[in-house]
Design a protein around this ligand. Sequence first.
Ligand code: ZN
Length: 158
Amino acid sequence: MAIRNIREMGDSVLNKKCKEVTEMTDRTRELIDDMFETMYEAQGVGLAAPQVGILKRIVVIDVTGEDPILLINPVILETSGEQTGGEGCLSVPGKSGIVTRPNYVKVKAYDEDLNPFVVEGTELLARAFCHEIDHLDGHLYVEKVEGELVDVEAEEEE
Ligand code: ZN
């Protein structure tokens, strides 16, 4: 496993649409391992493949630090409710902004063996699903911020 370099806003790889994963290879398994390691090292709650420069529809999420979720080719099936709150991104370091997202999100995705499954989340997990899946279509949360991006003090970062 290895820590990969996280691409930052302004890098055009973050604005591209990612391709579906159609077969699992050793190379892709290594990418997934590296994405988890990179996310934990950066103390993030989610990371999408384009953030490490790879245009594949792969997302890793862990909102508690002990509940890793891998989503391959994720699709949002259902949303409900609304939550408005602060959001940040490892590709936009030191900043946060207010974004409104659904409070409940149901996602269909594929696991590491390319078997389909459905996963649901509320609150922070629902927010993470939306944020990370947006990355796969080349979108950053800054496009959705209400008001201005604000600077985050290092000690206040989640
Ligand atoms: Zn992000």
